[in-house]
Ligand binder design. Structure first.
Ligand code: GLC
Length: 423
């Protein structure tokens, strides 16, 4: 009698969810960006997970601008909104959002060990793994192979050379009736993307990382001033004034329609520039960003997006399962082949299919490994404030303010922030 009772109890326990396979299906909502083909990729991958696990997914599209997306998240998380179970977060937000995110470590098994260690360190805040890397990014220079060949130029190695080539090709092409052509497009709008560009200019001149590894504000130095002054000189010369309002997609729009010689962007723009309906298909090359000349070096900023689970999710285990699935190597391989998103697994950089789809990935690996980190670990929860001070100063310089005085003001603003934030 007892054994029949025990067996019945065991069967009941299994049915009630002791066995996960029988747990009632739930709906997990995930925030995805819609830059380029991101929304389609995210939807397809999340649907694969849903089909595999029997759960449902709800895709919530969020603004393209990283800055606008953060504002939305902060507002929703502050009200403990359950609208998102899984959040796509920028590599620089681990410290900003950590308090609203669960520790994923118990759900991920050995998976974190196979990613670039620097990314796992980035996502570990006070010992908690608050996100898992989904793809990594580094700023690169796109150039028109056909136009450089036509005028006998090799891809530039310094920003000064880039400026000269851009100016010469722009003038020569305009004289031949190609009047819409500009020399250089980049992200000049006042938002996170401009902080990335500004840090690349400054670091490539040897002017440091804005904040030193020990937390000192270092931006007010002659090399940083020179770098920002050169960028300021581009506007109205080799870059349209509209660049003051360009984000990634605006810059890509101009470059991909054939109206720019050079573009600074992330690797995702490669697959789109090469797509069958792209007017510049077959005419584009990618190289590391130029250096600031003597004493400088090439510097691409580390970017990328990671996945996190909201602390207010009603289904953290299922949400973590979706994160584990989307960040797995097979899923990252699909994104790399279909849309040039850089995997966060070093092993995928040796994969012949990944390399066939993205011939420049092999060359990109050193840029990725040496990518310049924005000072988000030092600033932690204050990073967005720090970055907005940086992008406002850079934007003012692009709009015509004198670099030496504006950089001195930026240094003072950041010193005040450092004092209040006590880092
Ligand atoms: C890209 C990067 C991200 C960066 C953003 C700025 O999406 O991956 O890290 O913050 O661009 O616009």
């Amino acid at each position: 009698m007892r054994s029949v009772f025990a067996a019945a109890l065991a069967a009941l326990a299994l049915f009630c969810g002791g066995g996960r396979a029988l747990a009632a299906p739930v709906e997990i909502s995930i925030s995805c960006a819609s830059l380029g083909v991101e929304l389609r990729l995210c939807t397809e991958a999340a649907n694969r997970w849903a089909a595999k696990t029997g759960n449902r997914v709800k895709i919530v599209s969020t603004p393209n601008s990283s800055t606008d997306r953060l504002a939305l998240y902060l507002q929703m998380l502050a009200s403990r909104s359950q609208a998102f179970d899984v959040l796509q977060i920028d590599v620089v937000w681990a410290g900003v959002l950590a308090d609203h995110l669960i520790d994923l470590r118990p759900y991920m098994g050995d998976a974190p060990r196979a990613h670039f260690p620097v990314l796992i360190r980035n996502d570990t805040v006070d010992g908690r793994l608050v996100a898992m890397p989904w793809w990594t990014d580094v700023g690169v220079l796109y150039y028109r192979k056909d136009l450089l060949a036509k005028y006998g130029y090799a891809p530039p190695r310094t920003w000064q050379e880039m400026t000269r080539i851009a100016r010469a090709v722009q003038a020569a092409e305009r004289a031949r009736g190609n009047v819409r052509l500009w020399g250089y497009v980049f992200q000049g709008r006042a938002y996170e993307g401009l902080t990335c560009n500004a840090l690349e200019w400054i670091d490539s001149f040897g002017g440091g990382h804005i904040v030193s590894a020990s937390g000192e504000i270092t931006v007010d130095n002659p090399l940083a001033v020179q770098a920002l002054a050169l960028a300021g000189s581009w506007v109205g010369d080799i870059s349209p004034r509209g660049v003051l309002n360009y984000d990634e997609e605006a810059a890509r729009g101009v470059f991909q329609t054939g109206a720019a010689v050079f573009m600074r962007n992330w690797p995702y723009a490669w697959a789109l520039a090469q797509s069958p309906d792209s007017p510049v298909r077959g005419k584009v090359g990618v190289v590391p960003l130029p250096s600031g000349g003597a004493g400088g070096k090439t510097s691409g900023v580390l970017g990328g997006w990671h996945l996190a689970v909201s602390r207010y999710s009603k289904h953290p285990a299922e949400a973590a399962s979706l994160v584990a699935y989307l960040t797995s190597a097979p899923e990252q391989k699909i994104r790399a082949i279909e849309a040039s998103y850089n995997p966060t697994y070093p092993a995928l950089y040796d994969d012949p299919q990944v390399l066939a789809a993205n011939p420049f990935f092999a060359e990109l690996l050193p840029s990725l490994e040496n990518a310049a980190a924005r000072p988000s670990r030092i600033a932690g929860p204050h990073y967005n404030r720090l970055s907005s001070d940086v992008w406002r100063a850079a934007h003012d310089i692009l709009a015509g303010e004198a670099a030496p005085t504006r950089v001195a003001e930026l240094e003072a603003d950041l010193d005040r922030l450092k004092y209040r934030a006590r880092w």
